[in-house]
Design a protein around this ligand. Structure first.
Ligand code: GDP
Ligand code: MG
Length: 358
């Protein structure tokens, strides 16, 4: 659309042309409006430009809710990222573990995690999560967090995001932490059969430097304990097998959850003795972890009590320690394995800049 015509004005003080009079340089210009360099359009407000409707791909990349893998990938290109996958059957405590971690970071109680909160691009999603968890009264009948829905999308909303900064007062870079929060049902399908459909639904797994396989310690001791152990062992074996073709093999942790349901609170001491006691009920999973080690992976057993009681009555056990250890391991890794290229003696100096290549 053409802009509307605005009135003339002229910088020449003697000119009457803008006011319907005569051009001060009328001898020079037959058509002052077309030729005079002094004459210009006045500054009437410009018509509002037509703003085209945004295309889907131009919209802000962050919705404030869970990240998709594509958004997670975009973040990994911006700086140092810790990608941590929490996997395990529905009800094993994945979402509760993230809620517990976030509540502890927000409260400033972070044993074993020397990093502080520096932001989150999924703050509304995290906020929704902790609203319910913080209101939990401690009863086993009450849900601590909502059940994570099974998504029909090929890439379901996957990650919650946290930016963490070292405690020291120096200008250390922020670490971007991505925590996967996918419904357990997707992993069960994948463990049963790895095909195009089941693997494309978990596209983030090969990106993760850490994989935590969660198993409900209380359920292991129940009637369905044997089946749960068998399912968990199957997930671990699938991970071992699939990760052989990933760019980097992740560190694997078998995490016993809900320890408060099998031990009095004062007896939750996270040590080798406790894992030994739990081994009888989870011998298949432990066996699968040993196979992972034999296959060259770093694999260890640990445990947490993310919500041992209502928030006002006590602290979780092992949560910040679990993530602190994972992040420390990730921090020690270089972003990629570098290859040293030899620089020939007497060669051109510009070759030095190519010495290190990804
Ligand atoms: N007592 C106790 N219950 C827990 C704990 N963590 C989770 N739960 C319970 O287990 C339920 C399922 O946990 P959730 O995090 O939704 O499992 P997810 O399906 O793996 O994400 C929660 O709603 C809680 O009721 C814990 O540390 N202690
Ligand atoms: Mg969940």
């Amino acid at each position: 659309m053409n802009p509307p015509l605005r009135p003339f004005r002229c910088l020449n003080g003697d000119c009457g042309f803008p006011h319907g009079g005569r051009c001060a340089r009328e001898a020079e210009f037959a058509d002052p409006a077309a030729s005079c360099v002094e004459l210009m359009r006045g500054e009437a407000p410009a018509a509002p430009a037509e703003i085209p409707a945004p295309k889907a791909e131009d919209l802000l990349p962050w919705s404030g809710q869970h990240f998709t893998t594509r958004e997670g990938l975009a973040l990994t290109r911006r700086g140092k990222t810790a990608c941590i996958a929490l996997i395990g059957p529905a009800g094993s405590g994945k979402t509760s573990l993230i809620a517990s971690l976030f509540l502890q970071i927000a409260n400033g109680r972070r044993p074993g995690l020397p990093l502080r909160f520096a932001g989150s691009r999924s703050l509304p999603a995290l906020d929704r999560l902790i609203q319910k968890a913080a209101a939990w009264g401690g009863s086993a009948e009450q849900q601590i967090v909502d059940h994570t829905p099974v998504s029909a999308e090929p890439d379901p909303g996957t990650f919650l995001h946290l930016s963490l900064r070292p405690e020291e007062d120096r200008d250390a870079p922020v670490l971007e932490v991505l925590l996967s929060d996918v419904a357990g049902e997707h992993f069960a399908e994948w463990a049963l059969e790895s095909n195009e459909k089941t693997t494309t639904r978990l596209p983030f797994l090969p990106l993760c430097q850490e994989v935590m396989v969660l198993v409900d310690a209380h359920a292991l001791q129940g009637e369905e304990g044997g089946t749960l152990d068998m399912d968990t062992a199957m997930v671990i074996r699938r991970l071992v097998q699939e990760s052989r073709s990933w760019p980097r093999r992740p560190h694997l942790s078998l995490v016993y959850t809900k320890l408060d349901q099998i031990l009095p609170r004062e007896e939750i001491v996270l040590d080798a003795q406790l894992w030994k006691r739990l081994e009888d009920d989870s011998w298949r999973s432990v066996q699968a972890m040993l196979e992972a080690r034999d296959d060259g992976m770093n694999a260890e057993v640990t445990g947490v009590a993310a919500f041992p009681c209502a928030l006002a009555k006590g602290q979780p056990a092992g949560v910040t320690e679990l993530f602190g250890a994972a992040i420390t391991r990730i921090n020690k890794q270089r972003p990629w394995a570098r290859l040293e290229l030899p620089v020939p003696a007497g060669g051109p100096s510009f070759l030095c800049v190519r010495r290190e290549r990804p």
